[in-house]
Design a protein around this ligand. Structure first.
Ligand code: HEM
Length: 270
């Protein structure tokens, strides 16, 4: 029986098209030459953003349906992970993913409140002028489109600096002691992994996958004891690291709000 794949193509204008096929390369060429779905006709500049082996045709159809139900921001989140955690029998997003991407009313309220607290806290810091620079970058694209965030973060060099400052903060902040102790004494590999992950996550080159293979952030942290205090300690290190970076103020704010999501996904307990 042929293996079916789910694929995601990004067109000009950053529209995402999701489909299934037994031969991604052939299907991609068909789309490029106007033989694919009507949605794609007349569009240019296709990029194959993702392909993932699913299994049977019926499972692939279910996975396609599940993925198409997601909001664009959630789709982008999973694409940045490199692997979408479909359930091997139902094709739905795995329990962890479904619980976090489609939260119930109470979870949604808690998440919204936490995001709002974080935004509030960020703007308080910005207003008090403690650490933010006022220099704005000239890129007209909104953060989150193409590689606008990657560029705003200073590309590979900028992200390397950010990650170094992040682990320096983890090494020194008393609030971060518990999460520092979860890591190896030598942080070289952790720093390399986070730097590579963030490059791809911010829309730049997918350096993590190139060196270490696919990653799903919740799964990569499933063995760790991460509650709210640990999540917040991680975010605090990032906030501390951002103080030293020459980023636009609104990008610092944007980044902290965006990082809340994967940090929350890493939580393994209340
Ligand atoms: C919520 C709090 C978090 C804690 C306490 C935490 C802690 C850790 C620890 C201890 C490791 C090393 C695991 C090991 O060697 O077995 C790790 C790996 C990693 N973390 Fe986190 N992390 C958190 C959030 C995040 C977030 C939000 C991101 C990305 C935005 C991230 C990205 C990574 C990556 C890419 C790795 C490497 C995974 C691998 O080896 O495959 N972490 N994290």
């Amino acid at each position: 029986m042929a293996d079916w794949y789910l694929y995601v193509i990004e067109t000009d204008g950053q529209r995402l098209y999701t489909g299934i096929t037994t031969d991604v390369e052939r299907r991609f060429t068909e789309h490029q030459t106007g033989k694919g779905a009507r949605f794609m006709r007349g569009r240019k500049c296709f990029t194959l953003r993702h392909q993932q082996r699913i299994g049977s045709r019926s499972l692939a159809s279910k996975a396609e349906y599940a993925f198409k139900q997601l909001k664009r921001s959630d789709k982008l989140f999973w694409l940045a992970q490199g692997e979408i955690p479909f359930h091997p029998e139902t094709g739905k997003l795995s329990i962890t993913a479904a619980a976090t991407t489609t939260p119930n009313h109470k979870q949604r309220k808690t998440q919204k409140a936490a995001e709002s607290r974080l935004r509030h806290e960020n703007s308080r810091i910005i207003q008090s002028g403690l650490e933010m620079t006022t220099e704005a970058k000239q890129d007209p694209r909104p953060y989150g489109t193409e590689d606008a965030s990657f560029q705003a973060a200073g590309g590979e060099e900028g992200i390397k600096k950010l990650v170094d400052a992040f682990y320096k903060a983890m090494d020194t902040l008393p609030e971060a002691k518990r999460i520092r102790d979860m890591h190896d004494a030598d942080l070289t590999v952790s720093a390399d992994k986070l730097y590579r992950f963030l490059c791809g996550w911010l829309g730049g080159p997918t350096l993590f996958r190139e060196k270490y293979g696919p990653i799903a952030i919740p799964r990569a942290h499933a063995h760790l004891d991460i509650g709210i205090a640990e999540r917040d300690a991680w975010l605090l290190c990032m906030k501390e690291a951002l103080k030293d970076q020459d980023y636009a103020d609104d990008f610092k704010e944007y980044l902290m709000a965006q990082l809340f999501r994967p940090a929350e996904f890493c939580r393994t307990r209340d």
